[in-house]
Design a protein around this ligand. Sequence first.
Ligand SMILES: NC(=O)c1ccc[n+]([C@@H]2O[C@H](COP(=O)([O-])OP(=O)(O)OC[C@H]3O[C@@H](n4cnc5c(N)ncnc54)[C@H](O)[C@@H]3O)[C@@H](O)[C@H]2O)c1
Length: 248
Amino acid sequence: MRGLADKTAVVTGGLGDLGYAPAKRLVEERCRVAILDAKPDEQNRAQAIGATHWQVDITKVEEVTPAFDQIAERLDRCSILVNSAALLIFKGIDASLDEFQRICNVNVAGTSLVTAAAVAHMKHNNGGSIVNFSSISGFIAQPQFATYTATKFAIRGLTKAWALDLAQFGIRVNSLCPGSIYTAAFVTRCKALGKDVETEDAKESKAILLKRQGRPEEVASVAAFLASEESSYMTGADVLVDGGYTTV
Ligand SMILES: NC(=O)c1ccc[n+]([C@@H]2O[C@H](COP(=O)([O-])OP(=O)(O)OC[C@H]3O[C@@H](n4cnc5c(N)ncnc54)[C@H](O)[C@@H]3O)[C@@H](O)[C@H]2O)c1
């Protein structure tokens, strides 16, 4: 894709399936990729795809600032940011204050902190592209999803606010909104709820126009498109990658 080769990309939450797939795709497009994730990379998954891992909690300024300094030094200043890191806390009206504070702190405040650090690099580079992971949960209600839904609507709001503020610096900002994607997070959620993974997969698939859950690579290709110059006239947009789930 045009405009990706030799760029430095930062992918937060890059050890989760939906961060890892874009990181891999951006390496394939010849970007230098930094994965920022709170988890240690015990299996050297970043190195396996030609990326570099920084263990960073995106809510901690004392971790984010030095990481971006080191990225500039080792890989060059970043021109692409993929904000994938998130907590997946699914609670309805009974959510505790602590649950709300934790999810908003990571998904909204942490995402904003990382974006500010990346924007400083992008201004220096006279431009950049930011891809924010929202979700179909940023469009519609789902049972017992209030905590998560609040943050995914917030991401779409941040996208539009930042698109407005940053256009003057040549920085584009768009939201990527996946539907049901077959990921480790899906499997973990099924198990946590005591549900059979195959049965749940079949149930989810039934409600999707394309009759199956998506694959991480199908989200990664759209992330790469939004990061690239192929989407040069897009900013402040929401791009649904949901197999048609929200169409009917
Ligand atoms: N999986 C899906 O079907 C789906 C659907 C729609 C949207 N999304 C969105 O895609 C993104 C990635 O989802 P996923 O399935 O890969 O989830 P995941 O839970 O597997 O990965 C999230 C990653 O974020 C990291 N993280 C969490 N808190 C962090 C912090 N404070 N600092 C740094 N890293 C932190 C985790 O360590 C993890 O590696 C999320 O924004 C999610 O809301 C996922």
